[in-house]
Ligand binder design. Structure first.
Ligand SMILES: NC(=O)C1=CN([C@@H]2O[C@H](COP(=O)(O)OP(=O)(O)OC[C@H]3O[C@@H](n4cnc5c(N)ncnc54)[C@H](OP(=O)(O)O)[C@@H]3O)[C@@H](O)[C@H]2O)C=CC1
Ligand SMILES: O=C(CO)COP(=O)(O)O
Length: 345
């Protein structure tokens, strides 16, 4: 099936301007593929870009992504390609779904889209500044129409069309609504928000708390400890996020508390399971080398650099940093947290 026939055969289900144009998904890992499936299952044309031609070819032949999401069959309107020009041709917007460490390089070598949706849960520290992924997109491409989608969204569950929710935030409310329409469906309910900072920070920072939650699981510290970690972790996220300009209420929503609960408790979470493996002796080098990304190990490094530069008070984040990067004993870090100065909640 050719690209043009994919577009021509597809009857769009949404009524907004530009809806006949395809959605380009840049990154054919587990999340890019799951989102491509969601949209294509509505009959909308989706171009899924993979960086390796043999990966795109295999997906076209198998009609599934055997490397990242085996078993999830591709609808007709999902077209995998390694040709970026083809992927981005007439796209309504491009969904960026590569790991945060690959974002700059990927955007710099691909043709520009007219608008972008970041679904990346990461954070950069460059030149003494923290950068959210939408800011990186804007800086590298010069495109200002950028949104972010986040929430409790484990790719394997989304690809099985189990019910889930997410929130999309953008400076332009019309663009947030356009994205909402494209992704909303019977198994995926999408809310809008104007708090781009809060939505992006919630998604990035919960990965650090999920790493800590995995450590709690690995050390068998119990459910009280896990609940305490999630609650105090959320407090740390809120304090940091509000200082960055986010709204506190955003962190009590899907992209904050919602995602934190899912990631800190699910056996499917790579961040949570990485925490578990770290306390059993697995090395940072091994985690960095694994095929599927563990974003929290980069986010905690960026937050540590920020903490060093500004003196922000991020005790759980710092404890996770010391365990992962300085090989500190997790039980010593725990007693340091438990022994902090007494204070009101
Ligand atoms: N998986 C999930 O449940 C969810 C993930 N996210 C976020 O989405 C983002 C992507 O994660 P996810 O899809 O899970 O990651 P995966 O590890 O599953 O896939 C990563 C994808 O990015 C590609 N990639 C890796 N390095 C590069 C590079 N240097 N240049 C170009 N492409 C590259 C990989 O290609 P190749 O195979 O060739 O290496 C692969 O297609 C992360 O920020 C994650 O936090 C958000 C919500 C849910
Ligand atoms: O962001 C996610 C769920 O919302 C995915 O979590 P992991 O990256 O830990 O697998």
């Amino acid at each position: 099936m050719s690209l043009t026939s994919t577009i021509a055969q597809t009857e769009p289900l949404i009524a907004d301007k530009g809806s006949r144009r395809p959605i380009a998904v840049l990154g054919a890992g587990s999340w890019g593929t799951a989102l491509a499936l969601l949209v294509a299952s509505k009959g909308l044309p989706v171009h899924l870009w993979a960086r390796r031609p043999e990966h795109a070819e295999a997906m076209r032949a198998e009609r599934q992504n055997l490397e990242y999401l085996p078993g999830a069959r591709f609808p007709e309107s999902l077209y995998p390609t390694a040709d970026a020009e083809e992927a981005l041709h007439q796209a309504q917007f491009a969904v960026v779904a590569v790991p945060s460490k690959a974002l700059r390089e990927t955007l710099a070598r691909l043709p520009k889209a007219s608008a972008y949706l970041s679904v990346i849960k990461g954070l950069h520290f460059t030149d003494h500044h923290l950068q959210r992924m939408s800011q990186v997109v804007e800086e590298v491409t010069g495109v200002t129409q950028v949104a972010a989608l986040s929430g409790p969204n484990l790719a394997e569950e989304i690809a099985r069309f189990l019910p889930a929710t997410a929130v999309v935030a953008a400076k332009d409310p019309d663009f947030a609504q356009q994205v909402q329409q494209v992704f909303s469906g019977p198994s995926f309910r999408v809310y809008t928000s104007s708090d781009l900072i809060g939505v992006e920070l919630g998604g990035a920072l919960k990965n650090v708390i999920a790493l800590a939650a995995g450590m709690v699981d690995g050390l068998k510290l119990g459910d009280n400890a896990k609940a305490a970690l999630i609650t105090r972790g959320l407090r740390e996220i809120i304090k940091f996020g509000v200082a960055q300009g986010a709204k506190e209420s955003t962190f009590m929503g899907l992209s904050g508390l919602g995602d934190l609960i899912a990631t800190a408790s699910s056996p499917l979470s790579r961040n949570r399971s990485a925490g578990e493996r770290i306390v059993r002796g697995e090395t940072l080098a091994h985690l960095e080398a694994q095929k599927s990304v563990v974003e929290g190990i980069y986010t905690v490094r960026a937050l540590h650099a920020w903490d060093q530069a500004t003196g922000a008070d991020l005790p759980i984040t710092e404890a996770v940093y010391r365990v992962i990067y300085l090989k500190s004993d997790p039980l010593e870090e725990l007693s340091r947290l438990m022994g902090r100065e007494a204070k009101p909640e």
